[in-house]
Ligand binder design. Structure first.
Ligand SMILES: NC(=O)c1ccc[n+]([C@@H]2O[C@H](COP(=O)([O-])OP(=O)(O)OC[C@H]3O[C@@H](n4cnc5c(N)ncnc54)[C@H](OP(=O)(O)O)[C@@H]3O)[C@@H](O)[C@H]2O)c1
Length: 224
């Protein structure tokens, strides 16, 4: 069986990145925490290492992108383009899972998708065809992932390459959630837009992190 790839967390010191890295490390996967500031990454990796009882690698975002075989980007929308351009060469030939939701403060409860159609398609355009972009985790609240509790939310995973997309489905499972193939990268617009709706629902109904769950009895996927 092939060894599990090292997961490079680009922006791994943040709310979503740290929570995912913690869940993956606790499930036995190897993560490397990346940051704009290698010292900040080292601090976050040290805290995680103390919790999981084994060392956790860290470095700059570029070092994480170079060292890891599988990349996960967890930076704010405003930082997405600059971050992806910085790691573009290191990401070539790899699967990159982008979690970006195109929230444009202050109107975060309003769906505002970029001209490219979605943040995921923007990522693919910025990175070029050498990088297999997958998008996921748009609708799961980081503060819920940061606990050991079950999170009542499905993870919709998008990407034009079904094999790369399956990586995202597996990572959702490793984080303790159900990952579902959601189709082509263009479909990411639906999940990205839904996040603004969920934020609106959180505010309107005083929900602590509303999520999405797909109903129906699902069988093994046969048409991806
Ligand atoms: N939070 C959630 O519940 C949630 C849920 C679903 C999806 N998302 C999406 O996940 C992404 C990350 O969200 P988050 O809440 O984890 O964000 P965050 O904590 O605000 O930021 C994540 C990391 O990005 C880096 N960063 C911040 N500003 C930057 C800048 N101007 N340039 C480059 N890097 C910068 C920082 O790392 P360093 O300072 O160490 O470099 C920071 O720790 C967003 O696109 C968000 O839409 C979030």
């Amino acid at each position: 069986m092939a060894a599990e790839p090292l997961i490079g967390m680009i922006g791994g010191t943040g709310k979503l990145g740290a929570a995912l890295a913690r869940r993956w490390a606790k499930s036995g996967l190897s993560v490397m925490i990346g940051s704009r500031d290698a010292a900040r990454a080292k601090e976050a990796a040290g805290a995680l290492a103390a919790e999981v009882g084994r060392s956790v690698a860290s470095g700059s975002n570029l070092q994480a992108a170079q060292a890891a075989q599988l990349l996960v980007v967890t930076v704010p929308y405003a930082a997405q383009a600059a971050t992806l351009v910085e790691i573009r060469a290191a990401a070539a030939g790899k699967v990159l899972i982008d979690t970006t939701v195109p929230l444009m403060p202050p109107k975060v409860m309003r769906v505002q998708l970029p001209a490219e159609g979605s943040a995921a398609q923007r990522a693919q355009q910025l990175l070029g065809a050498d990088v297999s972009v997958v998008s996921a985790f748009h609708n799961v609240a980081a503060h819920k992932l940061a606990t050991d509790e079950a999170v009542a939310c499905d993870v919709l995973v998008f990407g034009d390459d079904p094999v790369a997309r399956e990586r995202g489905v597996q990572l959702a499972r490793a984080a303790g959630l159900r990952g579902l193939h959601g189709g082509a990268l263009a479909n990411s617009a639906a999940a990205e837009a839904l996040t603004s709706v969920l934020i609106f629902i959180n505010k309107t109904y005083a929900v602590d992190g509303a999520g999405v769950a797909i109903t129906g009895a699902l069988r093994e996927p046969h048409a991806k």
